[in-house]
Design a protein around this ligand. Structure first.
Ligand SMILES: NC(=O)c1ccc[n+]([C@@H]2O[C@H](COP(=O)([O-])OP(=O)(O)OC[C@H]3O[C@@H](n4cnc5c(N)ncnc54)[C@H](OP(=O)(O)O)[C@@H]3O)[C@@H](O)[C@H]2O)c1
Length: 298
């Protein structure tokens, strides 16, 4: 399924960095509803100008009763990753909310739950497959994130079976684009003369995936949904932090200065065999994507 047309689609977190291009793209051919708290009025206005119908819902309380219950597809990009370690709120907003959302949308043809490779136990340069050990690899930066994402996967898997809604749990690696993601953040740090934190267990290898590939693969991921849920890595690459910062330095003349610290995320690189079989590979080579990102920002 390379495109979806004429459907009624709910996108949660349509104002997130990953969800925004997806919601705007889907809204060119479909009736798209977006839910979030919409603290940023500019982003809400941008979505509405792009045809997205925005409704305010706080996932911490997760009252979805004001929403229609006849969505054809649901794409869940909302994530609460408060850095304050409020476990109760973050498990409610990331876990309980997913079950209540699936219950509300039980008539949907497919549900895409955006997860993260933050769910894996770090394993250095070993490419992590969907069957590998789970762990808490984001603790150094976001206290609740990895465990809340694992919890949300389990709730999505359970609700998928309970309500019979075909579901895909897609574990996104490093999403990036012209104005989003970790590489973009590194560009901004380099412009500010800041050192890039890297884990001492070098090289720091990930699988960056460009926003164009994310947008292009959403319909395929929805088509891959099943009961019980399909669980799949969602990734491009591989490339190391050192490599992409090196390329940014080469293209801009900025210095790529690294600072080794345990208080950052170490390598999380993925085996993308299942993804390639289900939805095909990412098409934007990381060097091309980073070059485009630099050109868009300088
Ligand atoms: N960014 C990455 O590097 C990365 C990597 C791997 C996976 N992912 C996954 O990609 C998805 C999107 O991540 P992102 O980084 O693009 O997100 P983001 O930019 O941090 O945005 C978070 C989104 O969640 C919404 N949200 C947060 N708390 C909420 C609440 N209590 N109620 C309702 N909505 C709430 C936000 O809207 P409001 O604040 O307006 O409510 C916003 O739309 C997530 O599933 C994330 O786990 C991201």
């Amino acid at each position: 399924m390379d495109t979806i047309t004429g459907a009624k689609i709910l996108v949660t977190g349509p104002n997130s960095s990953v969800g925004l291009p997806v919601a705007l793209d889907l809204a060119t051919r479909n009736e798209v509803w977006g839910v979030a708290r919409f603290g940023n009025a500019d982003l809400r206005a941008r979505l509405e100008a792009g045809g997205v119908h925005c409704e305010t819902v706080d996932f911490a309380t997760a009252d979805f009763t004001g929403l229609p219950d006849d969505f054809d597809y649901v794409c869940n990009f909302a994530v609460a990753r408060g850095g304050d370690g409020d476990w109760d709120r973050d498990l409610a907003a990331n876990g309980e909310a997913v079950g209540l959302l699936l219950a509300r949308c039980r008539r949907a043809t497919a549900f895409l739950h955006c997860s993260s490779t933050a769910v894996y136990q770090p394993a250095g340069a070993h490419p992590l497959a969907e069957t590998d050990s789970l762990g808490d690899n984001h603790r150094a930066m976001f206290a609740t994130y990895s465990i809340a994402k694992i919890a949300s996967e389990v709730v999505a898997r359970t609700a998928c079976r309970q309500f019979g809604v075909p579901t895909t749990v897609a574990r996104l690696n490093v999403p990036y684009g012209d104005h989003l993601g970790w590489p973009w953040f590194h560009l901004k740090m380099m412009e500010a003369g800041l050192a890039i934190p890297v884990h001492p267990d070098r090289p720091n290898r990930f699988n960056p995936i460009h926003a164009d590939d994310i947008v292009r693969q959403v319909p395929w991921l929805l088509a891959a949904a099943s009961v019980p849920a399909t669980v799949v890595n969602w990734a491009g690459g591989p490339a190391t932090v050192e490599e992409w910062c090196g390329l940014i330095a080469e293209l801009t003349g900025l210095e790529a200065r690294f600072e080794e610290t345990e208080r950052t995320i170490g390598s999380v690189t993925t085996d993308n065999t299942r993804m390639h079989a289900l939805v095909g590979p990412a098409e934007v080579d990381w060097r091309t994507g980073i070059t485009r990102m630099v050109a868009a920002n300088r």
